[in-house]
Design a protein around this ligand. Structure first.
Ligand code: AMP
Ligand code: MG
Length: 406
């Protein structure tokens, strides 16, 4: 049995970063930028008003105050999107709105709140410093500057920023093509009538949802009975078209666990089988060329724990992410835990943050067939392999689940 960290290291060592592609902006959320973004223009594009108010010359309002307001003729109005087109003369002001281009001759903007309009004139009640309330052209970037580095994760502000810089499409790392095969004679769909001895398939849904969480739509998902011929047919058919194949169930030592044997027949090279982890001991990982092949356990909690431990980091790496490991934090455990064997255990926990103090507790059974505790969890508490007991009140490490921040 291989240690969890050694297994993860092997996974990462075997994981390539994929090619890049150029996509329309709105298809790039959660992808990783694969090019340097250069400012195509100055940003801001031109001097503009930061406020609604009056564009003035500093000298004209030098003595203006609440007690000694200065009256200026309003020479015109300039709105956002318009060009004023003539210079503003001494002794006059121009009415201006947020985002409007500063006319020639305007040195500052006095905000509306400090002025009062009467009969085509404005009474200015405050002085102004040169450049006050003016956003300067190029203050953030100059044309040709590097605006964003490659490797950056594309988030909503990145998308908005790119749009502002005039990028309607952008070069990103490709997302892996992932196929899912769920095995088990006993599995039925959630809407199927229950039959004695059958159970409802959960893994088809959890795996696809966990993929969707990182922006991957499964290339295909199919359920295959515990029949070596049918399984081999599926694996052989899917492997040429995908980057990653995830099979769940049938990877343990039972008489009907055919997955390892089928992988071998399909030319998959084993990297490891069986990890010192609970849940998830029978996890298989192999490769065929640059393709990654996983045999995850069938138990619903095991499949998800091992997905987060060994699959998600690889998928993120393929997509060009530099940081592939989840955030861990230290938390006080609210109830003591025990274990017998020397495997690293991942307990589904719920974090509480109270006055900056982080604690963690468990809601529901921790057995590998129980998903309820997982559904109520937002972290995996790491119970180190060499420890057998953690008393209440002790600090533990908790690995955040992706929805923690939601
Ligand atoms: P296996 O690894 O195939 O022996 O499966 C281990 C346990 O997980 C068995 O109790 C299976 O019935 C159960 N199981 C396997 N696949 C699924 C699935 N897709 N959804 C829910 N339970 C499953
Ligand atoms: Mg099975």
């Amino acid at each position: 049995m291989i240690d969890v960290n050694d297994a993860l290291k092997l996974v990462i060592e075997h994981t390539p970063t994929l090619q890049t592609e150029t996509l329309p902006l709105m298809e790039t959320l959660h992808s990783v930028l694969a090019e340097t973004i250069v400012a195509r223009d100055d940003s801001p594009l031109f001097d503009s008003s930061q406020m609604d108010g009056y564009g003035v010359k500093v000298n004209d309002v030098r003595v203006a105050s609440d007690k000694t307001p200065v009256a200026l003729d309003i020479a015109g109005v300039v709105r956002a999107g318009q060009v004023y087109g003539k210079p503003v003369e001494r002794g006059t002001a121009v009415k201006i709105f947020t985002g409007a281009m500063i006319p020639e001759g305007v040195e500052a903007v006095v905000i509306k709140e400090n002025s009062q309009e009467i009969d085509g004139k404005v009474l200015v009640r405050s002085s102004a410093k040169p450049g006050e309330n003016i956003r300067r052209r190029g203050a953030e970037f100059r044309k040709g500057d590097e605006a964003l580095p490659p490797g950056l994760l594309i988030t909503p502000p990145v998308i908005g920023f790119l749009a502002g810089l005039g990028y309607a499409e952008v070069c990103v790392y490709c997302k892996p093509k992932v196929a899912v095969i769920v095995t088990g004679d006993e599995l039925i769909d959630p809407q199927d009538p229950l039959e004695y001895g059958k159970i409802r398939d959960a893994n088809t849904f959890t795996i696809q949802a966990a993929l969707q969480e990182i922006g991957i739509k499964a290339f295909s998902s199919e359920r295959v009975p515990d029949d070596p011929q049918k399984l081999l047919e599926s694996v052989d058919r899917l492997l040429p078209s995908v980057d990653v194949l995830i099979v769940s169930g049938g990877v343990s030592v039972g008489d009907f666990d055919f997955v390892k044997e089928i992988f071998e027949n399909a030319g998959v090279e084993k990297v490891f089988w069986r990890v010192a982890v609970k849940p998830g001991k029978p996890t298989f990982f192999g490769t065929k060329g640059e393709k990654l092949i996983y045999g995850l356990p069938g138990n619903p909690a095991s499949v998800l724990v091992t997905f987060y431990l060994f699959v998600r980091p690889a998928l993120l790496r393929m997509m060009g992410r530099k940081e592939t490991q989840p955030t861990c934090l230290s938390a006080v455990i609210e109830s003591g835990v025990h274990k017998e064997d020397m495997r690293t255990e991942y307990l589904r926990g719920k974090l509480q943050i109270h006055n900056g103090e982080v604690s963690v507790d468990f809601h529901g059974g921790q057995h590998s067939h129980m998903l309820g505790s997982f559904a109520n969890a937002d972290c995996l508490v790491i119970f180190p392999k060499e420890q057998t007991h953690i008393p209440r009140g002790r600090k533990v490490r908790a690995q955040l689940l992706p929805w923690f921040a939601l």
